[in-house]
Design a binder for this molecule. Structure first.
Ligand code: SF4
Length: 119
């Protein structure tokens, strides 16, 4: 799916373990060339060029740490509906504000994105 198409990911990058897992998973996906990591803050800040660029993506992925869904809602605020949405806590990872997480938790999110892209 990602091949030559313009697939992008945004992460909530929130101040919690799950927000940082979302961020780290997006970094991993970008490093593995699965998709481009897009600046969610630019969209939230209504930076014209960035909103336009986000709207031009062929497919947008939102990774949210928890059910508050800040990343997906930020996109929806500018009328972008994420084609794929992952909520980290729905993968059995409990939210805390201690910022500690393990590699396996990040990989769980990365694998879920890969799985969704393959369907
Ligand atoms: S989705 Fe949850 S973890 Fe992410 S920024 Fe919002 S409240 Fe924080």
């Amino acid at each position: 799916m990602c091949g030559s198409s313009d697939v992008r990911v945004v992460a909530c990058s929130g101040s919690s373990n799950v927000g940082q897992i979302a961020n780290q998973a997006a970094i991993k996906l970008a490093k593995e060339n699965v998709c481009g990591f897009f600046c969610l803050a630019g969209v939230g800040g209504h930076i014209k060029g960035m909103v336009r660029s986000a709207k031009e993506a062929d497919l947008m992925i939102a990774i949210d740490g928890c059910p508050v869904q800040c990343a997906a809602k930020t996109l929806q605020h500018v009328e972008i509906e994420p084609a794929i949405q992952i909520i980290v806590t729905e993968l059995g990872i409990e939210k805390s504000h201690e910022f500690t997480y393990c590699e396996e938790e990040c990989l769980k999110v990365v694998e879920m994105v890969r799985k969704e892209l393959a369907t």
